[in-house]
Design a protein around this ligand. Structure first.
Ligand code: NAP
Ligand code: GCO
Length: 267
């Protein structure tokens, strides 16, 4: 049996966190580094990468950054080979990179819909496919897919995002089913509403200084009565990346301040 104090250690592990230049990915990569892992991350913009490297540096984290669009299979396989050479074979993958387009469905172009599916669903398939053979060879692996409230719920304007995140929940269960026998655990984290650049438009102050109506709506719908912070995902990510979760597979851990448990304020 494992000593409980070592169960959460990631010493000696190599982790790739996609889209970890800022926001949730940055917090998760920071947590994995603090638990002992060597960190690789990617994003699409050189400017974002340089800023992120400076931010990781300030925290004393030697993260390695790669310019890579996760929808491009060749760029992804090249990045994974580079990480294998630079840091070692990947033990932990966090499929975090993602976008949202908030457009009423009947006004949304098929091209916009496809772009969201491409980044939020096809890319986790592409990146997972690129790392799983190395995990099989190593005899273990952890894949964490960043899902959403929208893996379970619908709402106006997010048809593409909800379709992608619902699909990502099922990709998570399928990877767990297909590769569990190789000692690979694939789980999801379903964050509630987290204050990051992605959700900034939903929190913008009104011209009179009052809260955005969506901001008030989320606070009323969340039993914790607040937005989440990226730091709220740090503990759950370390748990799902570590030996502490070795018999947890195909699970979506909702980290939502209780949103999914709550029907909403009674009249
Ligand atoms: P964010 O602040 O917009 O950050 C997204 C990150 O993904 C950035 O680093 C971005 O960097 C990168 N990225 C986007 N498209 C990419 C691509 N094609 N290739 C490589 N990198 C790409 O988002 P966030 O709020 O931190 O969200 C992170 C994840 O959590 C997403 O999957 C999101 O859907 C999910 N999520 C967010 C919330 C929330 O409330 N914020 C809740 C539930 C789930 P570049 O622009 O430089 O490429
Ligand atoms: C939205 C989207 C996201 C959410 C998140 C909830 O409603 O705009 O659902 O931006 O923040 O995915 O889990």
């Amino acid at each position: 049996m494992n000593d409980v104090s070592n169960l959460f250690s990631l010493e000696g592990k190599v982790a790739l966190v996609t889209g970890a230049a800022y926001g949730i990915g940055f917090a998760i990569a920071t947590a994995l580094a603090e638990a002992g892992a060597r960190i690789a991350f990617n994003c699409r913009s050189r400017e974002h990468m340089d800023k992120a490297l400076a931010e990781y540096g300030k925290l004393g984290i030697e993260a390695k950054g790669y310019l890579c669009d996760v929808t491009d299979e060749k760029q992804v396989t090249d990045m994974v080979s580079d990480i294998n050479a630079d840091l070692g074979v990947i033990d932990i993958l966090v499929n975090n990179a993602g976008i949202i387009k908030r457009i009423p469905m009947t006004e949304m172009s098929a091209e916009d819909f496809r772009q969201v599916i491409d980044i939020d669903l096809n890319a986790p398939f592409i990146v997972s496919k690129a790392v799983i053979p190395g995990m099989i060879a190593k005899g273990h692996g952890k894949i964490i897919n960043i899902c959403s409230m929208m893996s379970e719920l619908g709402r106006e304007t997010v048809s593409a995002y909800a379709s992608a995140k619902g699909g990502l929940k099922m990709l998570t269960r399928n990877i767990a089913s297909e590769y569990g026998a190789y000692n690979i655990q694939c789980n999801g984290i379903g964050p509630g509403y987290i204050a990051t650049p992605q959700t900034a438009p939903l929190r913008e102050k009104q011209p009179d200084g009052s809260r955005h109506p969506f901001d008030s709506f989320i606070i009323a719908k969340t039993p914790a009565a607040r937005w989440g912070e990226p730091g709220d995902l740090m503990g759950p990510a370390v748990f799902l990346a570590s030996d502490a979760s070795n018999f947890v597979n195909g699970h979506i851990l909702y980290v939502d301040g209780g949103i999914l448990a709550y029907i909403g304020k009674q009249p």
